[in-house]
Design a protein around this ligand. Structure first.
Ligand SMILES: Nc1ncnc2c1ncn2[C@@H]1O[C@H](COP(=O)(O)OP(=O)(O)OP(=O)(O)O)[C@@H](O)[C@H]1O
Ligand code: SF4
Ligand SMILES: [Mg+2]
Length: 325
């Protein structure tokens, strides 16, 4: 059995819209090992959510996806949404950024958690109910039995996010996409949820893709980090290596300015002067050139190739930090 649970090669996702063709993910290749936790960081709009949804095959009708996605040895690229569905829950699962759009407002919490357990794992109703209670306890929902009977609209944002987490991990997926899983939670619960996700990884060798704006969260809960900019992975490295030896001016600027202990957790702040390029008109050269203090004419006209340092560290920059500019 391959050590990689996921192998993504040259994934592109674009959306047709009234603004034109939005190129949200542009040629991302990534492999994830079993049990590995990968952090994905990048400014708002850099393509983090679309990357996760593109891998899972959970895209809207106006999306076009190319490239290959291999999950647990199966080629998912050519599967229809219905065929992909067989991998959701037990294979891949996702904690969505916006719990309200992914919970069904007219079904009780209990039935939404128990569905996967009965349909996918073949549990009886009683077994599923006791597992649902256990899951709600693990995500620190105060009165789990009462919560089972509630509808999503009767819960606060933080409670809904915890329910989403319980649903996503119910069938012990092999790969979990956690898209800003703790933004609506207070700091204590946030820490408990991250601890729970770490426990699940240890218990079942689950792999995780953790999308977050929180530097402390990526540092403490990931093995490797991908830095996204304008739909590309511009730097990737083992977590310790990235913090010790970052190469991209963008990574440096981003990590200097993303939420710190003195800001409310998960708060999105304008990070770097200037803004992301128009996703309908990608830059001819380095996507970061209009905002980069080190940009030269070469940066503005040529795409920097991916440089592989051979220790798991890769970056796209002509003039890396520490490279003798
Ligand atoms: N369904 C869609 N139709 C059209 N454009 C979309 C759609 N979903 C995302 N986009 C566009 O794709 C780009 C990437 O969006 P994405 O949601 O992946 O960003 P993100 O990195 O997750 O940002 P955030 O940190 O705010 O969650 C953006 O330009 C966004 O407007
Ligand atoms: S390639 Fe040039 S513009 Fe792009 S990040 Fe590196 S120095 Fe800056
Ligand atoms: Mg997002």
């Amino acid at each position: 059995m391959s050590d990689n649970i996921l192998v993504v090669d040259d994934l592109h996702v674009s959306f047709s819209s009234s603004r034109g063709n939005i190129q949200a993910v542009r040629g991302v290749s990534v492999s994830i090992r079993r049990g590995e936790s990968i952090g994905v960081v990048g400014e708002s709009g850099s393509g983090k959510t679309v990357l996760s949804r593109g891998i899972m095959g959970l895209l809207t009708q106006n999306a076009t996806r190319t490239g290959s996605v291999e999950f647990a040895g199966h080629d998912l690229s050519s599967l229809t949404r219905d065929e992909l569905r067989t991998h959701w829950g037990t294979g891949m699962a996702m904690i969505f950024q916006d719990p309200m759009t992914s919970l069904n407002p007219v079904r009780r919490i209990g039935s939404q958690i128990m569905e996967g357990l009965t349909v996918r794992l073949g549990m009886s109703k009683e077994q599923a109910k006791s597992r649902a209670v256990e899951l709600l306890e693990r995500v620190r929902i105060p009165d789990p039995y009462a919560a089972l009977r509630k509808y999503p609209g009767q819960l606060s944002g933080g409670m809904r996010q915890r329910v989403m987490i319980a649903i996503a991990v119910a069938c012990t997926p092999e790969l979990l996409f956690a898209d800003e899983p703790t933004t609506a939670l207070d700091v204590t619960v946030q820490a408990q949820v991250l601890e729970l996700l770490d426990e699940l990884r240890a218990e079942s060798n689950m792999s995780m893709v953790l999308v977050t704006h929180d530097l402390g969260v990526v540092a403490g809960h990931t093995d490797r980090i991908l830095v996204m900019y304008a739909g590309q992975v511009v730097e990737a490295a083992p977590t310790g290596e990235l913090f010790a030896n970052m190469k991209m001016p963008y990574t440096e600027a981003l990590l200097k300015s993303i939420p710190r202990m003195d800001l409310p957790s998960g708060q999105k702040i304008p990070v770097i002067a200037g803004r992301l390029p128009d996703p309908t008109q990608p830059e001819p050269g380095c996507a970061f050139a209009p905002r980069c203090q080190y940009a030269t004419d070469k940066c503005r006209t040529e795409q920097p190739p991916l440089v592989d340092m051979g220790n798991g560290h890769q970056y796209r920059c002509f003039f890396p930090i520490g490279g003798g500019r």
